[in-house]
Design a protein around this ligand. Structure first.
Ligand SMILES: [Zn+2]
Ligand SMILES: [Zn+2]
Length: 173
């Protein structure tokens, strides 16, 4: 959603709250495409401080489905986003202002780009469906949380076991 801020930027000490919406349906980054499963309109508060600074503040909740790192089952990950931005209004050169932020184009605020950037910086290093997720079997692909596959029960080939031993020792060093 694009919000026109010209009236706030041009009016000294103006303070306005606006209800805004996230239009993004999914979060697309170089990590992949992740569906946004929950979002809601939220309030952004804009404050023009003495025509010097523009503050943009608000809170938003977004839930994104991210696959578990071990078993690939989708996990609903909640992001509580705290927005606290400060833009320099003394810089009248709009092109330069655009350089600093990708969510402001002239006097237009792109809410989706703002939210995208906030999600990106708080993206979790690791996502697990549960702490003790057993993952998937590397041989047959079975989800070991739901089923027990036969692979584990098979006696390992003694030659493979010897190689495994070497690997394990290597890891310990
Ligand atoms: Zn899992
Ligand atoms: Zn298996």
């Amino acid at each position: 959603m694009i919000v026109e801020l010209a009236d706030i930027i041009s009016c000294e000490n103006k303070e306005v709250s606006k209800q805004v919406e996230i239009e993004l349906m999914s979060f697309n980054s170089r990590l992949g495409e992740f569906p946004i499963v929950k979002k809601a309109p939220f309030v952004l508060k804009f404050t023009n401080e003495e025509n010097k600074r523009l503050f943009i503040r608000g809170e938003a909740d977004v839930t994104i489905a991210i696959p578990c790192d071990r078993c690939l089952t989708d996990v609903d990950k909640e992001f509580h986003i705290l927005i606290d931005k400060e833009l320099d209004l003394t810089n009248q050169n709009e092109e330069k202002r655009m350089d600093e932020t990708d969510y402001m184009v002239g006097t237009n605020l792109d809410v989706d780009k703002l939210i995208f950037g906030e999600i990106l910086v708080s993206w979790p290093m690791k996502v697990l469906c549960k702490e003790d997720c057993k993952g998937i079997c590397k041989r047959c692909g079975a989800n070991l949380n739901v089923t027990e596959c036969q692979c584990q029960k098979t006696e390992p080939d003694p030659r493979m076991a010897a190689i495994q031993d070497i690997f394990n020792k290597f890891k310990e060093v």
